[in-house]
Design a binder for this molecule. Structure first.
Ligand code: FEO
Length: 447
């Protein structure tokens, strides 16, 4: 059966134990692995899906957990271990309609048709389109509340486009727990230690890298709305937020300020200089562009920036996105291929620009054979996407690089690193000087 999250392999995910987030709030979860998230993104360290049960006199389930065929047995089994019968669930809050969170809903409705769904107005057509559900839906807007009794009141906030337009966040006013679904999430399966207070500094550092990859792959294109959502959370709730319990990744109950500040930083990397890092993305057919690579890397390293090299097509676009998102500089080692960009680099750049990786300092070099063309196609792509990348003059060479080329490459590496360091230190973009450059090799008209 085709999976909701992936077209490769199959699995229900590993069923975890239900755990107590705080009195009256439980986390139900599944760890998934051996799949492509959204059918697209490799997740070598898996991913956790989390659902939350909140009890006053009434019981609400916030978002869902299911195996990735939509069967909610994982969720049902964990409810059973808590001794909470399915029949006691009065409300289901759907923060976000993407099927990794909502895919269990149709099966649940067949078993327990009585529950009421609370969700945003924009979810209504999606509930119909995905699951044929048209009744027992209560739509909520900013500031609406649901009183569960015993002093437990849920309040709702619209956070559109984090990650789909219909997304809301739910806040339990009694415990101060924010349930933001995709926001503040990460990749990485958490196993039986999902809380920040259970993780060592090394584990937290590991999951921070997973959070960057998750952000770059899933959230980056929505950085503007994500920044607005963070502003909204801080303005509306301020220090009332004691716990952040997302739909993926760590539950932050010791230091929720950390994930807020991490996410604010990831958002800022779209418009402002990021880290003092340069991502070098390169490909080579016969080793000539590869021969030039060392000279550029030496030039970069001489200036003290951190250099991350990625060969394509060997490196996944998911990893490239994560690397470039935290980098202030980008180097493209890209030969010409049949009058165009080397195809795996063209594919990577197209995805980077679609994910709105904007405002980077960049440099391109590469070999051409009988004819160039890579630079022309790159110029067209930049004109189309307008990502705001500033480029140093490219260095191109026919066949193998000569000594003068290698000297130029090293010099451009140093120039890029210098501009990166200046930009990071100043917190604003250094303007790169560009010269009138000659076009790369002249192409005969073969038509
Ligand atoms: Fe985790 Fe946008 O779904």
């Amino acid at each position: 059966m085709p999976g909701l999250l992936s077209a490769r392999g199959f699995g229900y995910g590993e069923r975890m134990k239900a755990t107590t987030v705080c009195p009256g709030v439980w986390r139900l979860s599944a760890d998934l692995s051996d799949l492509l998230f959204e059918g697209l993104w490799p997740i070598p360290n898996g991913v956790s899906l989390s659902s939350y049960l909140v009890r006053g006199e009434k019981t609400a389930l916030i978002d869902g957990v299911c195996g990735w065929d939509g069967v909610p047995e994982t969720l049902f089994a964990q409810l059973e271990t808590l001794g909470i019968p399915l029949e006691s669930i009065d409300y289901v809050v759907i923060n976000h309609m993407e099927p990794d969170h909502s895919g269990w809903l149709e099966a649940f409705r067949r078993i327990r048709p009585q529950f009421q769904i609370l969700t945003s107005e924009r979810s209504v057509p999606l509930l119909k389109a995905f699951f044929g559900i048209t009744d027992q839906i209560r739509t909520v807007k900013d500031g609406d509340t649901l009183d569960l009794g015993n002093g437990r009141v849920l309040t709702f906030a619209e956070i559109p486009n984090v990650h789909w337009p219909e997304t809301i966040a739910t806040f339990d006013t009694q415990s101060g727990t924010l349930f933001p679904c995709d926001a503040f999430g990460s990749f990485g399966a958490l196993g039986e230690a999902p809380y920040d207070d259970q993780l060592s500094p090394e584990q937290l550092a590991f999951f921070e890298k997973e959070a960057v990859r998750y952000y770059a792959n899933i959230v980056a294109a929505f950085s503007g709305p994500t920044g607005k959502a963070i502003d909204k959370v801080e303005k509306l709730l301020g220090d009332k937020v004691k716990i952040i319990a997302p739909g993926h990744g760590i539950v932050w109950r010791q230091n929720p300020a950390k994930i807020l500040s991490d996410y604010r930083r990831y958002v800022s990397y779209q418009k402002n200089p990021a880290k003092a890092e340069v991502s070098v993305i390169w490909g080579s057919m016969y080793g000539n562009t590869e021969k030039a690579l060392d000279a550029v890397v030496i030039g970069l390293s001489e200036m003290g920036v951190h250099v991350k090299t990625h060969r394509v097509p060997d490196t996944s676009i998911g990893d490239l996105l994560a690397s470039v998102w935290t980098s202030t500089g980008v180097v493209l080692g890209m030969p010409s291929y049949e009058f165009k960009m080397f195809p795996p680099l063209a594919a990577a750049l197209d995805e980077l620009f679609k994910k709105k990786v904007h405002n980077r300092l960049a440099f391109r070099f590469g070999s051409f054979g009988w004819c160039g063309g890579a630079q022309n196609e790159l110029d067209d792509l930049l004109a189309h996407h307008k990502p705001g990348w500033q480029f140093l003059d490219p260095v191109e060479f026919q066949g193998a690089p000569r000594e003068t080329d290698l000297a130029n490459l090293r010099s451009q590496g140093r120039a890029l690193a210098k501009a990166v360091l200046q930009s990071v230190t100043a917190g604003t973009w250094t303007q790169l000087l560009q010269h009138q450059r000659p076009l790369d090799g002249t192409c005969e008209d073969l038509d």
